[in-house]
Design a protein around this ligand. Structure first.
Ligand SMILES: C[S@@+](CC[C@H](N)C(=O)[O-])C[C@H]1O[C@@H](n2cnc3c(N)ncnc32)[C@H](O)[C@@H]1O
Length: 265
């Protein structure tokens, strides 16, 4: 007889504020027998703050505290790999193996596992890719569901009272690594995430003059910071603010929208 399939729930829990957790996420949290916590290579300070949010979410929303928690230690990633995509893919393979081993060992047949994903699992997050990889390997029968969450982008837009796109136009979402190459002339609205070095500060003069910035750090948390204005005028202040915050807290998570003041056409 075939053993009952294990199920994993990838639960988006929002980007900081436990009030971001949706009723769909709460229902999912209450189905979970075993939570798998991917111990990502954050600094100790970041890991402790992010774990505190995760704990508060479980304490607040899970009605029966009979669940178990299993920490899965992430294999280290080779950030110096010459081929960025190959480096990420190799890391994803090793993470998949590690998570698969933990599921096999800790989640009984027919059991329901849960992974709390920061923000939304469908945006700049590798969890779906890792689970797909486990399924592709074919050694473990695993079903999974994705529960959307409020992403940092939505939190950023709401705090600045912005619509991300302008009428009839597109909006680009990218990382600091890509922004560092400069803005294409036809890009008028761009959301930047994963930007440890505030790449917008080093854009060419033309872009510094043409764009406004809407910036937010630790969105949805008691440490939230916001700033906005013409990029050239405010970028040095933002750089100082984020450095002070990083020194004070030991880590920073920030995102921003760059908006061309007078889009062509
Ligand atoms: C690995 S991505 C995860 C994105 C996440 N899945 C989401 O939906 O927001 C991490 C990046 O998201 C952004 N981010 C996540 N949470 C944030 C927050 N509370 N405030 C500002 N930016 C945040 C930062 O740009 C950070 O570098």
């Amino acid at each position: 007889m075939l053993s009952p399939v294990r199920t994993l729930l990838l639960i988006g829990v929002g980007a900081g504020d436990p009030d971001f957790v949706t009723t769909q996420a709460i229902a999912a949290l209450n189905r979970v027998d075993v939570f798998f916590v991917l111990d990502k290579p954050y600094s100790e300070a970041a890991a402790s703050d992010l774990n505190a949010v995760r704990d508060e979410i479980c304490t607040r929303y899970v009605r029966d505290p009979g669940y178990r928690t299993v920490t899965v230690v992430d294999p280290p990633r080779d950030r110096a790999a010459a081929d960025y995509a190959a480096g990420v893919s190799d890391w994803r393979d090793r993470r998949a193996e590690t998570l698969e081993d933990a599921i096999r060992a800790e989640l009984p047949d027919g059991g329901c596992g849960g992974l709390l994903v920061w923000g939304d699992p469908c945006l700049y997050d590798s969890t779906i890719g890792v689970v797909e990889h486990i399924r592709d390997r074919g050694d473990l029968e695993l079903d999974y569901e994705v529960i959307p969450g409020i992403s940092s982008i939505q939190a950023l837009a709401a705090r600045h009272r912005l619509t991300l796109n302008r009428v009839g136009r597109g909006v680009q979402i990218t990382s600091g690594r890509h922004l560092a190459g400069g803005l294409a002339p036809d890009v008028d609205d761009v959301v930047v995430m994963l930007d440890p070095h505030l790449a917008c500060a080093t854009l060419p003069d033309r872009d510094l003059d043409d764009f406004d910035i809407y910036w937010g750090a630790y969105l949805g948390t008691p440490d939230e910071l916001l700033a906005a204005g013409p990029l050239r005028t405010v970028v040095a202040d933002i750089a100082r603010t984020r450095q002070d915050a990083r020194d004070r807290k030991g880590w920073i998570m920030d995102s921003y929208l760059l908006r061309r003041r007078r889009p062509a056409g």
